[in-house]
Write a protein that binds this ligand. Structure first.
Ligand code: FPP
Length: 247
């Protein structure tokens, strides 16, 4: 069972276009699929879910679509927060939230603090998020420590950098799902996805159902995760480290 699932929710616009409806209607239908996905994670005992809701590049979309998405985020936060709180779900936001309107930033902060004590599901929403920007911010923070004399450049390794990217407190995603038919990562969690199993489906995000998610899970369960080792090594448990055993 994956401990952490990361999803690019793609296909809202096409879902709406097929019905000759405005794109905003597709996003609204997408919000319903978000609820379905949260329920499914809770039912399956998946501990962390990270959803790509708005990329740093999405600011470039037509003004009315960006406005509709902001309204949708605001409404969803107002509507769902009690339910998330009641169900023991902890919500957090990653990304450049300072780019959002102050009212929306305040809603995000309230949602985070109200649910901070929960542990049934860690729900992370990536907003104005970009993987390269995430890595650049981590590098900048290390550089600040070097400049202040708190860190030597030689001390910088994968652990130190990895501790400063988003979601560092969670296990990295075990499974990544992208709906909507495109087969790419689109600047989502670039650092965190290094050894994640990737799964793609043509299903458009608003058409998501439990059967699609169960298919992803079944494919994931059938894969062998080797993390750069050989098949024989992962099959056999590592021998005890004799140096540390008493004679
Ligand atoms: C990609 O589909 C989707 C988005 C840019 C927005 C994702 C937002 C939601 C699912 C709505 C609600 C989210 C929350 C957290 C309440 P697209 O517009 O790129 O679709 P297309 O590729 O068919 O045009």
């Amino acid at each position: 069972m994956p401990r952490h699932l990361a999803i690019i929710m793609d296909g809202n616009g096409r879902w709406a276009a097929r019905r000759r409806r405005p794109r905003a209607i597709g996003h609204r239908a997408g919000a319903r699929a978000v609820n379905l996905c949260i329920d499914w994670c809770v039912a399956r005992g998946i501990g962390a879910l990270t959803l790509f809701a708005f990329s740093s590049e999405n600011w470039g979309r037509p003004e009315d679509e960006v406005g509709a998405l902001m309204k949708l985020f605001m409404g969803a936060l107002d509507r769902e927060i009690d339910e998330l709180d009641r169900r023991g779900i902890r919500i957090r936001f990653i990304g450049e939230r300072t780019r959002f309107a102050p009212a929306l930033q305040a809603r995000m902060a309230t949602a985070e603090s109200r649910t901070a004590r929960h542990a049934r599901l860690a729900l992370n929403i990536a907003v104005s998020y970009g993987g390269r920007q995430d890595i650049a911010a981590a590098a900048r923070s290390l550089a600040e420590d070097v400049a202040a004399g708190r860190l030597r450049p030689d001390d910088i390794d994968e652990q130190l950098l990895g501790a400063r990217v988003a979601l560092a407190e969670l296990p990295p995603p075990d499974l990544f799902i992208r709906t909507g038919g495109d087969v790419r990562i689109s600047n989502f969690l670039l650092w965190q996805l290094a050894y994640t199993e990737l799964w793609f489906t043509d299903t458009l995000w608003p058409d998501l159902d439990a059967a699609v998610l169960d298919r992803a899970l079944a494919d994931y369960a059938a894969r062998e995760r080797r993390f750069g080792l050989t098949s024989a090594q992962v099959a056999a448990p590592a021998p005890p480290d004799t140096d540390t055993l008493d004679a």
